[in-house]
Structures are given as C-alpha cells and as structure tokens.
Design a protein. Structure first.
Length: 165
C-alpha cells in the first residue's frame, strides 16, 4: 500500500494520544505501529515533539507521511473535547482499579481513544478522572514498566485483535 492508498483505506477505530512523550525514537515507533494497524489518528500533546524531525523519522520510516496526526498543547483540553458517546477514552497506566488489558472488551460501537503518558510520570493525574477506563498491561517479572513504544504495540495489537474478532 502506498501513502495515497493508506489515506483512502478504511481505518481501525483507534486514536492514540501521546501525553508529554520525551523520546523522539518512541514517537517515531508509535507512528510506525499506527501505520501497521491503520490507526485513525495520533494526537501529539504537550512536550511531545512533532514531525519533521530526523530522530522521529529514523524510527518512523516515513509513517509520519501516512498516519494522520495533530499537535495539541494541552492533553486535558483535548480529552474533554473527545469525550462523547462515540468515543471510549482509555488511559494506559498502572493504577488502582485499572482493568487488566487481557480482561478488557472494547465496545465495538465506539472508537477507542488510547492515552499513553510520559516515560517517567505516566498519564497526567489530571487526565485520569476524564477517562472511561484505565487499562493496565499485566506484567509478571521483577520490573513493572515497559517502554512506551512497546506498550503501544501491545495495547494496539490487543484491541485491534478484539475489534477485528
């Protein structure tokens, strides 16, 4: 598929919100994963860098040209805008009362809006109350964190698989 065909293709009803991601390589990797799964859109918020940038391009491999994206300064304002009956707002975070990803069943009548937070601080505390749910990736080893780009890959694959049935 070329870029024009990608833009015309039916998209997976998933939107990704990057909340203050500092690593340019992580941002590029998220673009590449989003291209692979025909994600509708990426929102780059706060300090998250924007294309064009050579370090984003290095891992994105041209997917910044195919995947629709938009910059927003304030993540919370964006989430308030996106809240509707058509969107399921989901923070991906380790939190009390989070739903384990393997137990989550997406509502196929809604678009899934996935928020991924800063590599150190996670999704901003002020954003969590405006989410419909918090998803956590089950982890069983001694480390209880994953790189943001790995988390995006796991969560997008899981939800994509569940939506495609």
């Amino acid at each position: 598929m070329n870029v024009d065909e990608f833009k015309q293709a039916e998209k997976t009803p998933i939107t990704i919100v990057l909340d203050n991601i500092r690593s340019l390589n992580n941002i590029g990797s998220v673009f590449r994963t989003s291209d692979a799964f025909l994600i509708e859109k990426i929102y780059l918020c706060g300090i998250t860098a924007r294309p064009p940038h050579k370090d984003i391009h290095k891992t994105a491999l041209g997917s910044t040209e195919s995947v629709d994206w938009e910059y927003r300064e304030n993540t919370l304002e964006l989430i308030k805008e996106l809240r509707s009956d058509e969107n399921q707002i989901l923070a991906v975070e380790q939190a009390d009362k989070a739903t384990m990803l393997n137990s989550y069943t997406p509502d196929v009548s809604k678009k899934q809006v996935l928020i991924f937070g800063n590599e150190v601080k996670g999704v901003a505390d002020e954003v969590i109350p405006f989410c419909d749910n918090v998803l956590e990736i089950p982890q069983y080893g001694t480390k209880h964190s994953l790189n943001i780009s790995v988390s995006v890959g796991i969560v997008v694959w899981d939800i994509w698989s569940k939506l495609k049935g």
